[in-house]
Every structure is written in structure tokens, then in C-alpha cells.
Ligand binder design. Structure first.
Ligand code: FE2
Ligand code: FE2
Length: 286
């Protein structure tokens, strides 16, 4: 089966937003956005991903967070409109939040992310959003973790939390007969950005994964293609980070991309990276 993975599309929309919305943390975020990001994540590339998915037709699609820039209602609305064009439908598209999807305490308390993408973030048999998301689809089980925290800049760290981690452990045990794919926004290992941008309780998550295992871990957040392994009970578990799905950049290694994994016989047998080609205005295999 084919599993597509994109991340960090950072849909930008300021439609109908009053300057008062930018008080406090958003003021810093907004200045940053205007200076550096305005044209860096055009939503036309998000639309181009959806067109490519609808041509390639992977059975499942997963999204590892940062759908928006500032967790603004018009950004969620824009992201949802584009997501709804994926022909596989919300049953086959699973989304976890990133730090930009709970950018302020207000956005988190109002559950803006949960409400905006509800059909994409519910567990099997449930109608409300509770993390972890647990979905079984054919030979795979998808376990989607929320690591999103409203952290003031320059922080962009994440947190799983003990209650969620216990539920992750139970779900991994329960679906040990499947190819278990764990989704989370932040990388689950230590890197050079860990102090400000890392997953705070990564050590605890690693301990659970080392004990109960999973077959594949997918993340975003770093806006780069990354390959690592972390310890599992029966050998190393592959950890794959994908670059931003919408990054407008001349450098081929940074340009907008997404991955398609081929899973056969309980194994990850191939990873294809599809990169946006500016001349053709479409995604092509790297
Ligand atoms: Fe991001
Ligand atoms: Fe992020």
C-alpha cells in the first residue's frame, strides 16, 4: 500500500483579521511573518500537493502539523477548504497539530485546530478529537500524537504528556499485529534545535517505543528531509522527517515536497520524495 506524508504547509490568511488579534505573542509572530515568511509558503503549493495526491492516489495520507501560521480562524478555514479537495476523503487523511496550530493559549483553549479538522483527527468510532488518534486501515495502524504547545517565541517546543503517552503505549500494544505508524510534529530525538524547539519529554516517548515498538515514525517541524533511527524492541525503528510541503525556495533540497512510502508485507520497502517543479508547476518524483 502507498502512504503519503506531507507537513508544515503553513497556510496563510489574514482575511477579516483585525490588528487586535496580533496582541502579545501574535504581534511577534506577525512581524516575523511579514519580514520573512510572506511569500515563503504560498498556498498555491498546498493546492498543488492536493492535485498531485489526487493523481497519484495513495491509499492513505498523513499530515504532521503546522497547517497554519498563526492559528487564525481564516487560516484554518483556508487549510480545511484545500484539505477537503483530497479525493481519498477525511477517513483516509489523518492530521496531527504542530506548534503553529496552537500558536496562542487562546487558540488552544478554543480548540480551533480540533474544530477545524475534526473529521481528519478522530479515532475510529469516535466523533470528537482526542489524542492520540488511533485508526486502523488495512495492514496499517496509525497512531497520531499531539505534541503541540502554545510556547512564546523563540520557543517552539512540544510535549506529549503522561496521560497521552499511556494511551499511546496501550494503542501500540493493541495493534502490535499491524504495521504501526506513529505521527507527531516534533522529532522524537535530540538534535541541535532541541533546547528551544524540541520535544521536552522525548526521553519518555523513546522509552515507550523501545519497549512496545512501532514500525515507522513520521514527523515534520524541521522543514527538512531527515532520516534517523531510534531503538525498538526488535531493532531500530525508522524515523522520517519531511520538509515543508509549500516552501518556495530555489534550493532543490529545500523546495516544497512530500513523501510517499510503500509498505508491503509488513515492511517499509520504498520512500519516494515528490518535489515541486516550478517550470511544470507540479510535484514530480525526485
Ligand atoms: Fe513548521
Ligand atoms: Fe513546527
Amino acid at each position: 500500500m502507498k502512504l503519503a506524508h506531507f507537513s508544515d504547509v503553513h497556510a496563510l490568511s489574514l482575511e477579516g483579521v483585525s490588528p487586535l488579534s496580533f496582541f502579545n505573542k501574535r504581534a511577534a509572530g506577525f512581524a516575523n511573518l511579514l519580514l520573512r515568511r510572506r511569500d515563503k509558503h504560498p498556498f498555491a503549493l498546498f493546492e498543488a500537493i492536493v492535485e498531485d495526491l489526487n493523481r497519484e492516489k495513495p491509499e492513505e495520507v498523513v499530515v504532521t502539523g503546522d497547517l497554519t501560521n498563526l492559528s487564525l480562524p481564516p487560516e484554518f478555514k483556508l487549510a480545511r477548504q484545500i484539505l477537503d479537495r483530497i479525493s481519498a476523503g477525511s477517513e483516509h487523511v489523518t492530521i496531527v497539530p504542530g506548534n503553529h496550530d496552537v500558536y496562542t493559549l487562546g487558540a488552544m483553549r478554543a480548540h480551533l485546530f480540533d474544530e477545524a479538522v475534526k473529521p481528519y483527527a478522530t479515532s475510529d468510532g469516535e466523533s470528537e478529537v482526542h489524542f492520540p488518534i488511533v485508526r486502523t486501515r488495512g495492514p496499517i495502524a496509525i497512531i497520531g500524537i499531539s505534541t503541540a504547545l502554545p510556547s512564546p517565541p523563540p520557543l517552539a517546543d512540544g510535549w506529549v504528556g503522561g496521560t497521552q503517552l499511556d494511551a499511546v503505549k496501550r494503542a501500540l500494544r493493541q495493534h502490535a499485529d499491524k504495521f504501526r505508524v506513529v505521527l507527531l510534529h516534533h522529532p522524537p530525538y535530540t538534535n541541535r534545535h532541541s533546547i528551544l524547539r524540541g520535544l521536552r519529554d522525548r526521553g519518555k516517548l523513546q522509552k515507550v517505543l523501545a519497549e512496545v515498538g512501532c514500525e515507522l515514525i513520521l514527523h515534520g517541524h524541521e522543514h527538512r528531509d531527515l532520516r534517523r533511527e531510534i531503538a525498538g524492541p526488535n531493532g531500530p525503528i525508522p524515523v522520517i522527517g519531511v520538509g515543508s510541503g509549500t516552501y518556495q525556495d530555489a534550493r532543490p533540497e529545500r523546495r516544497a515536497r512530500y513523501n510517499v512510502y510503500t509498505i508491503e508485507g509488513g515492511k517499509l520497502i520504498a520512500t519516494e520524495t515528490r518535489v515541486h517543479d516550478a517550470a511544470q508547476n507540479r510535484f514530480v518524483a525526485q
